[in-house]
Design a protein around this ligand. Sequence first.
Ligand SMILES: NC(=O)C1=CN([C@@H]2O[C@H](COP(=O)(O)OP(=O)(O)OC[C@H]3O[C@@H](n4cnc5c(N)ncnc54)[C@H](OP(=O)(O)O)[C@@H]3O)[C@@H](O)[C@H]2O)C=CC1
Ligand SMILES: Cc1cn([C@H]2C[C@H](O)[C@@H](COP(=O)(O)OP(=O)(O)O[C@H]3O[C@@H](C)C(=O)[C@@H](O)[C@H]3O)O2)c(=O)[nH]c1=O
Length: 295
Amino acid sequence: MNILLLGGTGQLGRECLLRAGPDLRIVAPTRQELDLAAPGGIEAFVAAQDADVIVNAAAYTAVDKAEAERDLAHVLNAEVPGRLAAAAAAKGIPLVHVSTDYVFDGRKGAPYRPDDPVAPLGAYGASKEAGERAVRAAGARAVILRTAWVYGPFGGNFLATMLRVGAERDVLKVVDDQRGTPTTAADLAAACLAIAARLVDEPSEPGGTFHFTNAGETTWCGFARAIFEIAGPRLPKVPQVLAITTAEYPTPAKRPADSRLDCAATLARFPVIQPDWRAALAATLDRLLQRTNDA
Ligand SMILES: NC(=O)C1=CN([C@@H]2O[C@H](COP(=O)(O)OP(=O)(O)OC[C@H]3O[C@@H](n4cnc5c(N)ncnc54)[C@H](OP(=O)(O)O)[C@@H]3O)[C@@H](O)[C@H]2O)C=CC1
Ligand SMILES: Cc1cn([C@H]2C[C@H](O)[C@@H](COP(=O)(O)OP(=O)(O)O[C@H]3O[C@@H](C)C(=O)[C@@H](O)[C@H]3O)O2)c(=O)[nH]c1=O
């Protein structure tokens, strides 16, 4: 299978590239080779590729900064996915596009199903929701895969932030009233590639909107505590993690209070595996701390 991957330098993209091999060839243009924010270029680039499927892991992901950079967030998260989907449709190849739990307002009180109404609270979520609509409107055979709380051994994420500030401070205050599911970029990459393969192998697969996270649920505070519980013995210093409310941690962007995603339809339809979030965290910490020790 030949994949055209956008966002190959990001958390998800890097994990996809680690899975490349003789049967899985991945072409991943860098920002220098294809600046997605620049006008034009995408259509010609896609047309010139010998790709069976496109995986879009590129996005504007700075949730708070997006409040002040709405236009750039809209270009990358709404316009670019629409143009990619149109280019895929023109070439007759399918698309896997990644979206977010932040398209929901978090007020449902139960895990969100793919067809639940969207109501983003901030500019990032709104831009991603517009991207979903643009992909659907372009008429490509596409899977829109919503995920949540993505982290891994590479790049900026909540795990990296906790380890960094935990090394500097004795006490960390973390919100305990926002529920969701931490998801490793590695497990998400495996899911994206399995879905891409299914789209290529089964031309009758129509695609649609699906959810994928690791299994289980927690809060950001629960996530932070689990990080230090699991990694603690291998860290020079372990901070105390204090539970606080969202009101005590003001941020420019509003975030959903409960954005758990119901992944049942994805598991029923595609050959994806959904490890428990704590086991996935332990595996990620093993990779990360091994890498740090080797360096
Ligand atoms: N991170 C998270 O917690 C979550 C992410 N998601 C979604 O998952 C997907 C993957 O996220 P993640 O891997 O964390 O994202 P990252 O922020 O780690 O990576 C974003 C990627 O997009 C690329 N990119 C951004 N702007 C441009 C541009 N102008 N031209 C070319 N490339 C560009 C970046 O390139 P460069 O390295 O050059 O900047 C990078 O490769 C996204 O769709 C995101 O919305 C969904 C839920 C949670
Ligand atoms: C660093 C820090 C954050 N927090 C809070 C702020 C926020 O409510 C929550 C998460 O913080 P972050 O800003 O790291 O995470 P955030 O950028 O909101 O993460 C989101 O990223 C985008 C891309 C997505 O699509 C979402 O699924 C989600 O993963 O934790 C604390 O309470 N204490 C802290 O020390």
